[in-house]
Design a protein around this ligand. Sequence first.
Ligand code: HEM
Length: 418
Amino acid sequence: MSDGSIDLAKDARAQAYATPLDQIDVSNPELFRTDTHWPYFERLRKEAPVHYCEDSLFGAYWSVTKYKDIMEVDTTHQVFSSEAHLGGITLRDFDEDFVLPMFIAMDPPKHDIQRKTVSPIVSPDHLAKLEGTIRERVGMIFDALPRGETFDWVDRVSIELTTQMLATLFDFPWEERRKLTRWSDVATAVEGSGIIETEEQRRAELLECLDYFTVLWNERVNKEPGNDLISMLAHGEATRNMEPMEYLGNVILLIVGGNDTTRNSITGGLLALNQNPDQYAKLRADPGLITSMVPEIIRWQTPLAHMRRTALADYELGGKTIRKGDKVAMWYVSGNRDEEAIENPNAFIIDRPRPRQHLSFGFGIHRCVGNRLAELQLKIVWEEALKRFPVIEVVGEPRRVYSSFVKGYETLPVSIPA
Ligand code: HEM
């Protein structure tokens, strides 16, 4: 790490402890872009584990930062709603005049029925079938990487790989697969982030996505159901009569769900290994550790920093009363560093005894549908990487995403020694 980033971390710590508690706002995307959110969460866990912020970019909200409290909120869906019309699942409310219904932002019973429709895509049988395809494609991407020169790992590997996986899941026209990357970025971008300039632009691009996917739906609805997500939605009892915006919503959910998250785990893993050379050496000595390293990467990275709920009734948590209608953020990024739940949580340890004990996939009825697929993909990435490259060196600082929802990287310069 350069001296600059050490100074930044020091300043952030001083600032985090000097700010009056009631003025701490961990939703500020700048804290994530600069990777300086850690001391703020550390302080909240210690001094105000259930914390109210009155004023932020996203209005007033509660922060829940301890592992056990996050579990409580996530599993009490009768009180903590995900419904889109109440605002949805990120601190940034859904736009009232452009609501995209999707099952992650629904409560039972509708949520449960729609989730069941697409679940076969990640059945153990289907995953076993996908494994060979993913392995072959990972191999091709790795074999085409340059040696002895600097390139961007995010673009050449993480984005390309996850985009290919998504194209496979949707059976999407192969040559046009980068459209999926673009729609995923557009769906989650904050205005002025460099990805979109205005809300109008976002809507226009998402409507193009709907047009494109409608053509694919129409092609598949009258054919024998294929083993892809579009066929599953077009033929599913609960989904075949969806309104266009609901189709778009679920498509976006599946694109974003599978894309940013896995992409940032692939990048985060490489960064973590470079920041912890002893762990990289341990991995090279025993590639069998990939099995426990993969969940450790997902914990360490926490690709979605928070999920949001809206209280349907007053609720006591950690000695505070959350009022009906309040917004609540479950900060997975903080729960995953809670020393009361995870031993030595700030360390990246690839052979932890219980590595799947983390919050990155959430809990309860919305627990990530794609969690086994994401783990499979990361396992293959590292198996194929170790076969080919003794080391992949990070040669500069990553550029991080300006968002307090998607926690990830825009670029990471690396080099593979010739
Ligand atoms: C490391 C990778 C991934 C991470 C960290 C991740 C994280 C999450 C989280 C935090 C949730 C919400 C949990 C909650 O509210 O309790 C979620 C839900 C979801 N994820 Fe993932 N995800 C990943 C990969 C994937 C993949 C590969 C897919 C695609 C196939 C996917 C599809 C979904 C879907 C459809 C939901 C909504 C589930 C529901 O509402 O019932 N995710 N994910």
